[in-house]
Design a protein. Structure first.
Length: 147
């Protein structure tokens, strides 16, 4: 594993059990592949009652993108702030995450980007089951952007 939960928690803006990723399996300049078992955790803060909606997979993907951005920046520096600005072509192939026995594999590939935004294609699998896919636009340092 390239990075564990503790390392991930230092580069994303979430702490405690809101840090949803357990580790980084692979990463290069264009893509990242992460793993998580937190969808089965009873104390997952995204649960509604006893259920974790498959739409929560978007947050898993967003955290993978944030880790990729930090990895791209050198992982030992504070990453630039990124804000999920748009989602496109999101497809859910299941209703819930909490009832999946396999770990989640979260993959994100940077398809384009510049100094102000990045676009990722993402997918989530559990074993051989495709859970979700889509495209996300992340705006970087939005608080510093001009009018």
């Amino acid at each position: 594993m390239l990075a564990d939960r503790a390392a991930i928690a230092t580069v994303i803006p979430h702490a405690g059990n809101m840090c949803l990723l357990d580790g980084v399996l692979e990463s290069d300049a264009q893509r990242i592949r992460c793993i998580s078992s937190t969808h089965r955790a009873a104390d997952n803060p995204m649960r509604s009652g006893d259920e974790l909606s498959a739409l929560c997979g978007i947050e898993y993907a967003a955290q993978a993108m944030a880790v990729h951005g930090a990895w791209d920046a050198g992982f030992d520096k504070k990453p630039r702030a990124g804000y999920l600005a748009a989602l496109r072509d999101v497809a859910c192939h299941t209703m819930r995450l909490d009832n999946l026995s396999d770990d989640l594999i979260i993959e994100a590939e940077k398809t384009m980007g510049d100094e102000t935004r990045v676009i990722y294609q993402f997918s989530i699998h559990a074993g051989t089951t495709k859970i979700m896919s889509g495209r996300a636009t992340v705006v970087l340092d939005a608080d510093k952007a001009g009018p």
